[in-house]
Design a protein around this ligand. Structure first.
Ligand code: THU
Length: 133
Protein backbone atom coordinates (compact mmCIF):
# COMPACT_ATOMS: atom_id res chain seq x y z
CA UNK A 1 0.00 0.00 0.00
CA UNK A 2 1.30 3.43 -0.95
CA UNK A 3 0.71 5.50 2.17
CA UNK A 4 1.91 8.73 0.57
CA UNK A 5 -0.60 8.31 -2.23
CA UNK A 6 -3.43 7.72 0.26
CA UNK A 7 -2.35 10.82 2.19
CA UNK A 8 -2.37 12.83 -1.06
CA UNK A 9 -5.95 11.68 -1.74
CA UNK A 10 -7.06 12.70 1.77
CA UNK A 11 -5.40 16.06 1.11
CA UNK A 12 -7.36 16.35 -2.14
CA UNK A 13 -10.56 15.81 -0.12
CA UNK A 14 -9.75 18.91 1.97
CA UNK A 15 -10.89 20.90 -1.06
CA UNK A 16 -14.43 19.57 -0.61
CA UNK A 17 -14.69 20.66 3.03
CA UNK A 18 -17.65 22.93 3.82
CA UNK A 19 -16.51 24.48 7.07
CA UNK A 20 -17.59 28.15 7.22
CA UNK A 21 -18.10 27.99 11.02
CA UNK A 22 -14.94 26.33 12.31
CA UNK A 23 -12.85 27.22 9.24
CA UNK A 24 -11.08 23.94 10.02
CA UNK A 25 -10.86 21.75 6.94
CA UNK A 26 -10.55 17.99 7.31
CA UNK A 27 -10.13 15.45 4.51
CA UNK A 28 -10.29 11.67 4.52
CA UNK A 29 -9.64 8.89 2.03
CA UNK A 30 -10.76 5.29 2.46
CA UNK A 31 -8.87 2.59 0.52
CA UNK A 32 -10.45 -0.77 -0.35
CA UNK A 33 -8.59 -4.04 -0.83
CA UNK A 34 -9.37 -3.68 -4.56
CA UNK A 35 -7.51 -0.36 -4.61
CA UNK A 36 -10.57 1.88 -4.90
CA UNK A 37 -10.52 5.13 -2.95
CA UNK A 38 -13.50 7.00 -1.49
CA UNK A 39 -13.13 10.56 -0.28
CA UNK A 40 -14.85 12.49 2.48
CA UNK A 41 -14.60 15.99 3.92
CA UNK A 42 -16.20 17.68 6.92
CA UNK A 43 -19.54 19.28 6.06
CA UNK A 44 -20.85 21.77 8.62
CA UNK A 45 -24.25 23.31 9.30
CA UNK A 46 -25.51 26.51 10.97
CA UNK A 47 -27.13 24.11 13.45
CA UNK A 48 -23.63 23.06 14.52
CA UNK A 49 -24.55 19.65 15.90
CA UNK A 50 -25.70 18.54 12.46
CA UNK A 51 -22.18 18.84 11.04
CA UNK A 52 -20.48 15.68 9.85
CA UNK A 53 -16.80 14.78 10.13
CA UNK A 54 -14.62 13.92 7.15
CA UNK A 55 -13.79 10.35 8.19
CA UNK A 56 -17.42 9.45 8.73
CA UNK A 57 -18.31 10.96 5.36
CA UNK A 58 -15.55 8.97 3.62
CA UNK A 59 -16.76 5.77 5.30
CA UNK A 60 -20.43 6.46 4.51
CA UNK A 61 -19.42 7.36 0.94
CA UNK A 62 -17.76 3.94 0.56
CA UNK A 63 -20.75 2.10 2.02
CA UNK A 64 -23.10 4.06 -0.25
CA UNK A 65 -21.13 2.75 -3.21
CA UNK A 66 -21.57 -0.86 -2.13
CA UNK A 67 -18.29 -1.33 -0.24
CA UNK A 68 -18.65 -3.89 2.55
CA UNK A 69 -16.82 -3.84 5.88
CA UNK A 70 -14.35 -6.57 4.93
CA UNK A 71 -13.49 -4.85 1.62
CA UNK A 72 -11.83 -2.02 3.55
CA UNK A 73 -8.06 -1.84 3.92
CA UNK A 74 -7.12 1.63 5.15
CA UNK A 75 -8.44 5.03 6.12
CA UNK A 76 -6.44 8.24 6.11
CA UNK A 77 -7.52 11.46 7.84
CA UNK A 78 -5.73 14.79 7.42
CA UNK A 79 -6.09 18.26 8.91
CA UNK A 80 -4.02 21.37 9.53
CA UNK A 81 -2.98 20.33 13.01
CA UNK A 82 0.31 20.57 14.90
CA UNK A 83 0.50 16.79 15.33
CA UNK A 84 -1.25 14.19 13.14
CA UNK A 85 -5.00 14.81 13.48
CA UNK A 86 -6.90 12.97 16.21
CA UNK A 87 -10.44 11.79 15.35
CA UNK A 88 -13.30 12.81 17.66
CA UNK A 89 -14.98 10.32 19.99
CA UNK A 90 -18.11 10.05 17.84
CA UNK A 91 -16.01 9.07 14.82
CA UNK A 92 -14.06 6.52 16.84
CA UNK A 93 -17.33 4.84 17.81
CA UNK A 94 -18.67 4.82 14.24
CA UNK A 95 -15.38 3.68 12.72
CA UNK A 96 -15.10 0.86 15.27
CA UNK A 97 -18.33 -0.61 13.89
CA UNK A 98 -17.94 0.09 10.17
CA UNK A 99 -14.25 -0.71 9.60
CA UNK A 100 -12.58 -4.10 10.14
CA UNK A 101 -10.35 -4.39 13.20
CA UNK A 102 -7.22 -4.65 11.05
CA UNK A 103 -7.88 -1.45 9.09
CA UNK A 104 -4.72 0.62 8.76
CA UNK A 105 -5.63 4.05 10.13
CA UNK A 106 -3.33 6.84 8.94
CA UNK A 107 -3.54 10.12 10.84
CA UNK A 108 -1.79 12.97 9.04
CA UNK A 109 -1.26 16.71 9.03
CA UNK A 110 -0.27 19.28 6.43
CA UNK A 111 3.26 19.54 7.84
CA UNK A 112 4.05 16.13 6.41
CA UNK A 113 3.77 14.17 9.68
CA UNK A 114 1.77 10.99 9.91
CA UNK A 115 1.04 8.30 12.45
CA UNK A 116 -0.26 4.81 11.79
CA UNK A 117 -2.75 3.45 14.28
CA UNK A 118 -5.63 1.00 14.61
CA UNK A 119 -9.28 0.86 15.61
CA UNK A 120 -8.40 -0.79 18.93
CA UNK A 121 -5.82 1.87 19.73
CA UNK A 122 -8.32 4.61 18.95
CA UNK A 123 -11.17 3.07 20.94
CA UNK A 124 -10.24 0.34 23.39
CA UNK A 125 -13.03 -1.39 25.33
CA UNK A 126 -15.61 -0.20 22.80
CA UNK A 127 -19.36 -0.63 22.97
CA UNK A 128 -20.39 -3.00 20.16
CA UNK A 129 -23.48 -4.65 18.76
CA UNK A 130 -22.60 -7.77 20.79
CA UNK A 131 -23.30 -5.74 23.93
CA UNK A 132 -26.91 -5.38 22.78
CA UNK A 133 -27.62 -9.12 23.02
N1 THU B 1 -13.51 17.25 12.29
C1 THU B 1 -13.41 16.23 11.39
O1 THU B 1 -14.01 16.26 10.31
N2 THU B 1 -12.62 15.17 11.72
C2 THU B 1 -11.84 15.10 12.83
O2 THU B 1 -11.13 14.11 13.01
C3 THU B 1 -11.84 16.21 13.79
C4 THU B 1 -12.88 17.25 13.59
C5 THU B 1 -14.32 18.44 11.91
C6 THU B 1 -15.61 18.63 12.61
C7 THU B 1 -15.82 20.12 12.43
O3 THU B 1 -16.37 20.35 11.14
C8 THU B 1 -14.42 20.68 12.44
O4 THU B 1 -13.56 19.60 12.14
C9 THU B 1 -14.01 21.31 13.77
O5 THU B 1 -14.23 20.45 14.83
Amino acid sequence: MDINYLISKAKEALNYSYSPYSKFRVGAALLTKDGDIYLGANIENSSYGLSMCAERNATFNAYCHGVKKNDIKALCIIGDTEKPISPCGACRQVLSELLPKDTIIVLANLKGNHKITSIDDLLPYSFTKDDLK
